[in-house]
Ligand binder design. Structure first.
Ligand SMILES: [Fe+2]
Ligand SMILES: [Fe+2]
Length: 330
């Protein structure tokens, strides 16, 4: 009998290289309105994350806790993206490089890594700076060796890693440089072709575990007939990006809300994601929290994906917390 497998899943590590650590206050600096700056500071201080640059120790704690895992999957967002343009920024690239190297060294040939939105660049939450850049795509794929699409077989389970920013490109288009739009669309088509071909090639008894950083991508996958045809074979879809179960629960409550187009780009993007969030349900979504969690609840941790190939082929994600360690700003 084939034994069960335990795969450690880690997401949103947001490592900070020395170059990023030196940019304390990077989010505040790009906000020109004093009122908005004050609101952003309150939100960061009390709810989301007081200082995004001081969590490097968490990767050590994760590696210690996950040492006996059969393998590791990292579900995106390796740097702090403090220039908002992804890993084409040398400091962000260095963060991601250190982070990925730590994982790959600890689990040689047993690590797979998903591309997150911050690898490619993401417009700042309140400041409207930055966005996805093709230069970051090239660095992510060529230098950091992040595969936009991957497939990994474990007994009767097939793990797939997809790139959410490509799949949800229509939502990100306003943040993309006009001269880069055609190439981004071509990359998206290629990505969809890879997904379609791999799903069609599955054997009838194979079960799928999908890794997708940002759930905004899932309604776009649902539009694909080949995805709908095998939706019952998706045992789990593991997302990251939301960082805390609190936001995941709120997303499900707000699923179906109207699109908001008059409060700026971030409100537009978030409301578009929530408008279609009912379509997350068929994918059997589970959240892998960020290592740090949110400031309000200190609910960070990581996940254990347990694969039992016996009988119906059960897959479960169990999340576990990492004990909080007091840190001070570097
Ligand atoms: Fe993140
Ligand atoms: Fe993210």
């Amino acid at each position: 009998m084939t034994p069960g497998r335990r795969i450690a899943v880690v997401s949103d590590i947001h490592y900070a290289s020395p170059g990023e650590t030196a940019r304390a206050g990077f989010e505040q600096r790009v906000i020109t309105s004093p009122l908005l700056r004050w609101l952003a500071r309150q939100y960061r201080h009390h709810l989301w994350m007081r200082d995004p640059l001081v969590h490097n120790h968490l990767i050590d704690q994760f590696l210690a806790h996950a040492a006996d895992a059969d393998a590791v999957v990292a579900n995106g967002d390796y740097s702090c993206d403090s220039a908002f343009v992804g890993v084409s920024d040398p400091a962000a690239c260095e963060s991601a490089r250190i982070c990925l190297e730590r994982l790959r060294t600890a689990f040689p040939d047993r690590t797979r890594s998903v591309l997150g939105d911050h690898e490619l660049g993401k417009m700042s939450l309140f400041g409207g700076q930055g966005g996805p850049r093709l230069a970051s795509w090239r660095v992510a794929v060529d230098t950091l060796r992040l595969e936009p699409f991957w497939r990994w077989e474990w007994d009767r389970f097939v793990l797939f890693g997809v790139t959410s920013t490509l799949l949800a490109l229509p939502v990100f288009e306003p943040e993309i440089l006009p001269e880069e739009r055609a190439e981004w669309r071509a990359l998206r088509e290629q990505h969809l072709d890879d997904i379609r071909a791999n799903l069609r090639a599955l054997a009838t008894d194979q079960r799928i575990v999908l890794f997708c950083h940002d759930p905004t991508a899932l309604p776009f996958l649902w539009r694909e007939g080949v995805v709908r045809a095998c939706i019952d074979r998706i045992a789990l879809t593991i997302i990251g990006h939301l960082h805390t179960p609190l936001v995941f629960r709120l997303s499900r409550i707000l699923a179906g809300m109207p699109r908001v187009r008059f409060l700026g780009n971030t409100a537009r993007r978030l409301s578009e994601a929530l408008h279609q969030a009912r379509l997350w349900r068929p994918f059997r979504v589970r959240l892998c929290p960020s290592l740090a969690g949110c400031e309000l609840l200190k609910d960070g941790g990581f996940g254990w994906l347990e694969l039992d190939p016996a009988s119906a082929g059960t897959a479960r994600l169990k999340t576990t917390s990492i004990p909080a360690t007091p840190v001070s700003s570097l």
